[in-house]
Design a protein around this ligand. Sequence first.
Ligand code: PHE
Length: 350
Amino acid sequence: MTTTHEMLEALRAGVDERVAAALSLEDLDEVEATTVGRRSPVADARRALGGVEPEERPALGRYINEVAKDIEARLAARRQELNLQEMAALLAADRVDVTLAGRVPRRGTHHLITQTLDELVDIFIGLGYDVATGPEIETAWHNFTALNIPPTHPARAESDTLYVEWGDQDEEVLLRTHTSPMQARYMMMRPPPVHVVVPGRTFRRDAIDATHSPVFHQMEGLAVEKGITFADLKGTLAHVAREFFGPSQQVRFLPNHFPFTEPSAEMHVSCFACEGAGSGCRVCSGVGWIEILGCGMVNPAVFEHVGYDPSEVTGWAFGMGVERLAQLRHGMTDMRHLFENDLRVLRQFV
Ligand code: PHE
C-alpha cells in the first residue's frame, strides 16, 4: 500500500513535467486543479489528516504543506512565464508599422448646386450685399399674402403648393414655393437700406422630368433704398450675368408679371450653345435666348405689408433658378443629373 508520503512525493516528482507541458494558462489551471486544487491529492491528504495518529499528525501536516508550497511555487513561476508569452503574442498581433505609407482619404467635393450658389453669392458679396437664409417651412402669409398674392391666386392652390397645414388661411403652413418670403422677413427685421441675397431650397408640387423637380433651389435678391430705379436692376443683373457666364454674355429683359413686383420682367441670357444665333439650336429651341430669372421693382403693396413707407423708398428684387444656371453653365440638358447623384456625373465637377 502506498503511503501518503509516497503518493505526495510522486505528485511532486511529476509536477515539473506537467507544468512544462502546460502551453497555456488554461492548461496550467488544469494542472493546478489536479495537484493542489480543492479536488486534488493534496486536498485529499489534508482531509485525511483527521484520521492519522495524533503523534504523526503534525509532521505529516508540515510535509503536506511543504509539498503543496513547492508545487504552488512551480505553478506560479510557469504562470508568470505564460503571462509574458501571452502579452508578447498580443503585442506582436497589434503591431503597427508606423513607417508604412499612409492611406490617403478620398476627398469629396461640393455638389454642383452648392458650387453654383457659392459662386453667385460671391459675386453679390463683391457688390456689398449681405447673405441671409430663411425657413424652408413658411407661413402662407410670408409666402403669399405679404407678397401681394391674393388667396384666390392659382399658385396658392393645393395642386401647386405642398402644404403642411391647409385650410384656414391665417394658419396655413407650407413648404416655401420660392425664396421671396425672405424679402418680407428681411424687411420686417430691419429698416432700409437693404441689399441682400437669399440662397435656398424651394418646393413645388411638380413631377420630376428633364426640367422640373419638386425640390429645387433659388437665389433671391433684394435692394431697397431711396431713389433706386429699374436702371439699377438692369445694371446689377447684367454685371452678375457677365461675371457668371463670361464677359461676352448678352442679356435682355422682357416684360412679365409677378404680383410682388411692378413693373416685372424676366431676364434672358444669350444661348451658350449657339451664342445667340438661334436657328436649329436645341438648347434654346432656336430662340437664341434663355430665361434665367424673374425680377422687377418691388410692389408698393409689399412695402406696406412689411411696414416700409413706399413714398420714402423704392427697391428691386429678383429670383433666379439655381439648377437652371448650373445646367446652362455646363451644358447639362437634363435636370435629373443634378439629383440622381451618379458619381460619374458628380466627379466631373471638382
Ligand atoms: N419668386 C419668383 C418665382 O419664383 C421670382 C421673382 C423674385 C420675381 C423676385 C420677381 C422678383 O418665380
